[in-house]
Structure formats: structure tokens, C-alpha cells
Design a protein around this ligand. Structure first.
Ligand SMILES: C[S@@+](CC[C@H](N)C(=O)[O-])C[C@H]1O[C@@H](n2cnc3c(N)ncnc32)[C@H](O)[C@@H]1O
Length: 694
């Protein structure tokens, strides 16, 4: 028995509704995240349908389903008020099916809550270092070879990406979760899940949070514009009277610089001190005028809070600050908390080989506890518990499904490839989205699945074969060369290499291994790739002419900045609606930058809001190019932004996006240096820096 199987999968654990514990309460809690929660769901074994034999592809799913139905007390189905079984001809209408519910007597919260093993064997988020991005020789083929890679016991890819020993242990792991009150706690519970984020309530809940976040973002932006002036303002909408603190506690004193230094000398603060200080800083920042100490500024509280977040959750301070800035104060804590919780395990039905209901039934018969993900996908299943390794079932081996994070469905849904089209997946390994697109094309047309990393194309090829995709051509070019290789695609997906700040729960190493320089380099690479993606599209395509740009990152540098840059550099593209029914609007203003107003059409997804990996999706329509005129370089390179309400500069010339330009030289040199260093070679000295546009 392998490492993970020994730890029997625990009951799904929801993103719990958080409380304001008093210091007393906190003191009583055990320093064990598993023992802190009163409202944690109980562990219950999955009920199996014993009297139906396991089948790879159940021929008479209706009969089996009826048996399941009889066993099922039907609690959750009754709640939903829908028929338990649909006609076989109804191939997953997308409304979720309720016919394969093997644990009807299990509380819905339990079943809908996230799975403990947040494993995505198709880890598409490239969260390694930049050397790997650039290095074709890097032999890290995590999925190649045996199917054991998908076994929870032997998941090499996960181990490679997330070496436990290398992870910086966050203080979070030593203490109970959820000590900070957050926006969601005080938000209206319009869903029926008591405030918990589940796959099922996520859409409704996120809409409510979105409205609130928009209001808060407005205030946040104002704060940035006039931080000093706003010191007296009470800004955080989430803080109410109840949150005014612990009557029986010592008044909170924000440490001075000298006190902080002394604390550092002593080896850092005590865990309880950090917990309380974070809570107090959030509280004070929420009601600054009333609660702040005299002569202390908002930025002092913020600085202390960021330092404490970094040490408490185990981030480097640079990244802690970068992520903190994305949200209003209380919501930022929610985000950091959510990164400590695994996301649900989800699978995508491969419609080339199976129907969702049949697949679900077959897996239920094997002891898998699952349910449709949500209305927005008719191929996704969320796995709550399993007595078998999900990555090694006969159905898996037969290619009936892909282990894939729910967020990874989104860019493909947005791109919406149509039968007979010619599609390019520019950065495709290990092929989660390629195989999804191949299925949407119903094995017609062609998908060119490209990835610069040859080693990773092995796992891509293996997945393409396993899933029975007959319309895929695998190739390995640097995406920035692609327009020179071939063009004329109806649709292009650029699921770009990124920092992985959306998948921290899966890869904790991101917390410490990303520096400012990494974001600069990544953003630059992404900008080059997006232009090449645009240039690979056939603007005359009948139904197509679309590009989807996506990342599993939440930073603005890698998302809105890249999209804004593309809009400026390619006036023949415009953003269109992603067609996704949920997700927060992309930023049109962020920390003093103003992006093109249409960037509001792009979508952001967050772990704490949508209970899925952090993700970003933008969809472009490519029009025909107009006649070349001179490029307004100054405008393009100022800060890649356009003042609100103004159009992007009338830039008509398609700039050469080759990556050997003067602009790119320092980045390429740096990447080469790092690569040589990692191979134990002596890198050449750095050449003098030239001006940068990033
Ligand atoms: C986010 S992952 C792609 C995941 C994939 N779309 C999926 O769904 O399975 C990013 C990929 O970009 C590849 N990559 C990095 N730099 C690239 C480049 N310049 N051109 C093409 N691919 C690149 C990496 O090797 C990595 O496999």
C-alpha cells in the first residue's frame, strides 16, 4: 500500500465558515488543524452499490441507477427537486444529474465539500522556475510511462512539483485554520450552504461576493490614490460592530520599528502573538479612525500585517505583499486561508469514449463518491471520496476521463472550438485542454498541440492516445516561433506558462520561489506569446477567429497587463465576452494603472470565492489587419495602459514579435545564465541593462 492510500481519504472538508475566536478560545484550541473545527463534517465511508458488478462502461445505466436510487434516501436530490434519472438519450444536459447518488443520507455539506487530496495529475499549471520554461532539454516528464503516475500513491508529477521536504513550513500548519474574520463571514448567505463555498453554490455565492468586491475595489483604489489622506477613513465594509474585538483582551499595541527589530533578534514572534496581531490589524484597518493608535499610519498597520501574513503562511514578503494588494484587507486573508486548503478533486468525462452518467455509475460501483460539478459544465464530476485510486481505474486506463482541475475546463469552454475547425494549443502539455478540445471537435478538424518542452510532450502524447483523440498533432516549438511555422488557425488557446499563484494550495513551493524578477520575466514571455497566438489566427475564419488567453495565476502582471499589451500591440483584436457564467471581472484599474475598459470582459477565478484554483480567462476576436502606419511606440511602452474612456492607441503596424530583439536580450541572457548555473556551468557576465518595457 502506498503512502497516500494508507491515509484513508478523509471526509470532504469545506471551506469552513469562519468565526472570531477570542484569544481565550484560541488558547484552548489544539495546535492541530484537524481538531479545531466543530462544524467539520464527520467522516463517513462511501456507500457502495454492492449488488451491481463493476463495469468499465455500464451498458444499462438506467437499471443500475435505479438501484442506486432505491438505496439513496434521496435527500440531496429531493432538495434539488429534480428527477433522479434522465433518459439515456439525454446526454448530460448540463443541469447536473442526480441519478448516481450513492450517499443520499450524507449531509449535503459533507458531500459538496472539498476533497482532502487536492491532486490534479494533469497539473497544467507550470509553476516551476523559468529555467525550465526555457530549457527544452529538461527531462522532467512527470507523466510519461506508467499509469501509476495517476495513482495517489505514486504521483510522480505532484511530488516533483511539490517536494514536501523543500516546502517552507508555514506557521499555518501548526495551528487551527480560520482565525481571521473575513469578508465572506459577514457576507450575506444567499446560498443554502450556510456561507460555505461549494461547487454547487459557488455561482450564486460568487455573484454576491462580486458585487461586494466591486464596491470594495472602488474604495481600495481610492485608498491607493490617496493613502495618506485616507488614514482617517473607515474603509473596510466587512467590519462591523461585532468585529470590534475582545473586550477582555489587552488593548492592541502595534509594535514600533524598534520593537519589531527586537522581536526579530529573538527569533521572531510567537505563533499566538502573530495570530492576534493579524486579527487586530485587520480589525484596525477596517475601522481605522476609531481603532488606530494615535500617530500610527494605515501603512504601518498594513506593513505589519503583510509581514505577519508572510511568516504565518510561509510566503516570502515580496509575494505576500503582491497577493495582499489584490484584495481588500479582509478578503486578502480569505485568499491566503483558501491557499491552505486543497481544492476539490475533479474529473472531466472524455465524451469521445464515455457519457458522464455511465462513467459516474461505473465509478460509483467501484466505491467512488462523486457528483456533477455544477451547471456550468456537462462533463465534470467532483470526487469526494474513493476507495480506489482515481488515476488507475479501468475507466481511467480506458480513457473515459481525465483528472483535471475544474478551473482548467474554463478556457476551453470559453474558446468553444467547433467541429472541423483547425485549432492551435500553443502551450499544451500535459494535454488536459488539448484533449478537451479534441473531444469538443468530436475527433474532426485538427488540434495542433504544441509545447516547447519536449519532455512534457511525452505525457501529452500519452494522454492523447489514452483518450482516443485522433485529430491531434503534437509538436514542440517555442510558441514564439509558431507564426513562422504555420498559421491560419480558426482558434488558438494560449494557456500560458505562469507563476502558478492560483494553484498555491497544490504547489506550496510557489510561496517562496517567486521573486520580482520572475514576474518580470514571465510577464514578458507571456506578452511575446500572446502576440504570436494572435498572429497564428486566421481573421477570415468562418465561425472562428478567436483566441483564449489563460493562466493559473492571479497577478495582474500576468493577466490584465498582458491582455492590455496585446490590445495595444494588435489593434486588429478586441476582447469579447468569455461566455462563462461566473467569475469576477478583470481589473480595469489597478494600483494607479488604468487598463483598456474592455478588460472588464475578462474573468478572474479565485480559490476563496469559487473554490477552484485561481485562474484567469480572456477571449479575443481577431479582425483583419488594417493598413500599416507608424507605431506609437511611446504610448505602447509607457506602462502599457490607456486612460479610462480612451481608445487604445491607433497602432497599425504589426510589430516583429521575434524574441531576439533588443528589448528581449536581457531576459534571454538572464534565462541562459540561470540555465547554465543550474547545470553547474559558469555563466557569462551580465551585459549592461538596456531600457525595459515591462
Ligand atoms: C500552464 S502549462 C500548460 C498546460 C496545458 N495547457 C494543459 O491544459 O494541460 C504551460 C506550458 O507552457 C509550456 N511553455 C513554456 N514556455 C513555452 C514557450 N515559449 N512556448 C510554448 N510552450 C511553452 C510549458 O512547458 C508548459 O507545459
Amino acid at each position: 500500500m502506498g503512502r497516500r492510500s494508507k491515509n484513508k481519504q478523509a471526509a470532504p472538508e469545506p471551506l469552513e465558515k469562519k468565526v472570531w475566536p477570542t484569544p481565550k478560545k484560541l488558547g484552548k484550541r489544539k495546535a492541530d488543524s484537524d481538531s479545531d473545527s466543530d462544524d467539520k463534517p464527520s467522516t463517513r465511508p462511501t456507500k457502495k452499490i454492492k449488488d451491481s458488478k463493476p463495469k468499465a462502461h455500464a451498458p444499462d445505466s438506467k437499471a443500475v441507477i435505479d438501484k442506486a436510487k432505491a438505496k439513496d434516501k434521496g435527500k440531496s436530490a429531493a432538495k434539488k427537486g429534480k428527477a433522479l434519472a434522465k433518459p439515456a438519450s439525454d446526454n448530460d444536459s448540463g443541469d447536473g444529474w442526480e441519478d448516481v447518488n450513492s450517499d443520499g443520507d450524507m449531509d449535503k455539506d459533507e458531500r459538496l465539500a472539498p476533497f482532502r487530496y487536492g491532486i490534479d495529475d494533469d497539473l497544467e499549471g507550470f509553476t516551476g522556475n523559468l529555467d525550465e520554461i526555457m530549457d527544452d532539454d529538461n527531462d522532467d516528464d512527470p507523466l510519461a510511462g506508467t499509469v501509476q503516475k495517476f495513482d495517489f500513491d505514486t504521483d510522480q508529477e505532484e511530488d516533483e512539483i511539490q517536494p514536501v521536504s523543500k516546502r517552507k513550513k508555514s506557521k499555518q500548519s501548526e495551528r487551527p485554520l480560520k482565525i481571521i474574520p473575513t469578508g465572506s463571514d459577514t457576507s450575506d448567505d444567499s446560498d443554502d450552504e450556510g456561507g460555505r463555498v461549494t461547487m454547487a453554490n459557488m455561482e450564486a455565492r460568487s455573484r454576491a461576493l462580486d458585487a461586494k468586491a466591486a464596491a470594495e475595489a472602488e474604495l481600495d483604489d481610492e485608498e491607493f490614490q490617496g493613502a495618506a489622506a485616507s488614514d482617517d477613513e473607515d474603509e473596510d465594509l466587512n467590519m462591523d460592530e461585532e468585529g470590534d474585538g475582545d473586550a477582555d483582551a489587552e488593548p492592541f499595541h502595534l509594535p514600533t520599528a524598534a520593537e519589531r527589530e527586537a522581536e526579530k533578534q529573538k527569533g521572531g514572534p510567537d505563533l499566538m502573538v502573530v495570530q492576534r496581531r493579524m486579527r487586530e490589524c485587520v480589525r484596525v484597518l477596517g475601522r481605522f479612525k476609531r481603532l488606530a493608535e494615535k500617530n500610527r499610519s494605515r501603512s504601518e498597520y498594513t506593513e505589519q500585517l503583510i509581514a505577519d501574513i508572510a511568516s504565518y503562511y510561509g510566503y516570502n514578503e515580496f509575494l505576500a505583499e503582491k497577493l495582499f494588494q489584490l484584495f481588500p484587507v479582509a478578503e486578502a486573508i480569505e485568499f491566503f486561508e483558501a491557499n491552505e486548503v486543497p481544492r476539490p478533486v475533479t474529473i472531466r468525462t472524455n465524451t469521445l469514449k464515455a457519457r458522464r452518467r455511465d462513467l459516474a455509475q461505473a465509478l460509483v460501483n467501484r466505491g467512488v463518491n462523486l457528483e456533477p460539478i455544477g451547471k456550468w459544465t456537462n462533463v465534470g464530476l467532483q470526487v469526494f471520496e474513493s476507495s480506489v485510486p482515481i488515476g488507475a481505474t479501468p475507466e481511467y486506463l480506458a480513457g473515459h476521463y481525465m483528472l483535471q482541475a475544474a478551473s482548467s475546463f474554463l478556457p476551453v469552454i470559453a474558446l468553444s472550438p467547433q467541429p472541423d475547425e483547425r485549432v492551435l494549443d500553443m502551450a499544451s502539455a500535459p494535454g488536459g485542454k488539448t484533449t478537451h478540445m479534441a473531444a469538443l471537435l468530436q475527433n474532426t478538424g485538427v488540434v495542433f498541440a504544441n509545447d516547447t518542452n519536449k519532455a512534457r510532450t511525452k505525457s501529452l502524447t500519452a494522454n492523447v492516445h489514452r483518450l482516443g483523440c485522433k485529430n491531434v498533432v503534437v509538436c514542440s516549438y517555442d510558441g514564439r516561433e509558431f507564426p513562422k511555422v504555420m498559421g491560419g488557425f480558426d482558434r488558438v488557446l494560449l494557456d500560458a506558462p505562469c507563476s502558478g499563484t492560483g494553484v498555491i494550495s497544490k504547489d506550496q513551493s510557489v510561496k517562496v520561489n517567486k521573486s520580482e524578477r520572475d514576474f518580470t520575466l514571465l510577464s514578458h514571455l507571456q506578452k511575446q506569446l500572446i502576440l504570436c497566438a494572435i498572429d497564428s489566427v486566421n481573421p477570415d475564419s468562418k465561425a472562428g477567429g478567436y483566441i483564449v488567453y489563460s493562466t493559473c495565476s492571479v497577478t495582474v502582471d500576468e493577466n490584465e497587463s498582458v491582455v492590455d499589451y496585446a490590445l495595444r500591440k494588435r489593434p486588429n483584436v478586441k476582447l469579447v465576452d468569455t461566455g462563462l457564467s461566473f467569475g469576477r471581472e478583470g481589473y480595469t484599474k489597478y494600483r494607479g494603472k488604468t487598463f483598456h475598459p474592455s478588460i472588464g470582459l475578462t474573468r478572474r477565478f479565485y480559490p476563496h470565492v469559487h473554490n477552484m484554483d485561481g485562474f484567469y480567462v480572456a477571449k479575443f476576436k481577431v479582425e483583419k489587419r488594417s493598413k500599416a502606419t507608424k507605431v506609437d511606440e511611446a504610448a505602447v511602452h509607457s506602462n502599457f495602459t490607456v486612460p479610462l474612456g480612451e481608445e487604445a492607441p491607433a497602432e497599425k503596424v504589426q510589430e516583429d514579435v521575434g524574441f531576439d530583439s533588443e528589448e528581449d536580450r536581457p531576459y534571454l541572457e538572464e534565462a541562459k545564465r540561470r540555465r547554465m548555473k543550474s547545470k553547474g556551468l559558469r555563466p557569462p557576465p551580465r551585459s549592461k541593462p538596456t531600457s525595459t518595457t515591462v
